[in-house]
Design a protein. Structure first.
Length: 114
């Protein structure tokens, strides 16, 4: 929501702006479903350019399936945000065991730290 109007785009750092009152995940999803029902929508497409970096607060996802990303990439920031300091252990293990990196490399299933 931007100035009371629906926007189908979320900007890169918008998810870190906590100036507005935060609502619960249940309330947010409930409101979204009500809005979709009122608009008779079966699908919702939203464009995003957000960057998920350490400090991001995950609200729904507890697991992440991804491949191994190159050092200093924004996708590695996603992994670091998700499993916090354990990202270093995971990547050290991958390097020590000759895991393949990039798009056609080895994958991983990561669980979020509580």
């Amino acid at each position: 929501m931007v100035n009371g109007e629906w926007s189908n785009e979320i900007t890169q750092w918008e998810v870190y702006d906590h100036k507005e009152k935060m609502i619960s995940t249940k309330e947010a999803l409930g409101n979204l479903i009500k809005w979709m029902v009122a608009k008779d929508l079966d699908n919702l497409t939203v464009k995003t350019q957000i960057i998920i970096a350490p400090g991001y607060q995950f609200k729904i996802v507890n697991g992440l399936i991804t491949n191994f990303h190159q050092p200093q990439s924004t996708l590695l920031l996603l992994v670091a945000a998700f499993i916090k300091r354990d990202w270093k252990k995971v990547y050290d293990y991958a390097f020590e065991n000759n895991f393949r990196f990039l798009s056609y490399g080895d994958g991983s299933l990561l669980w979020r730290n509580a």
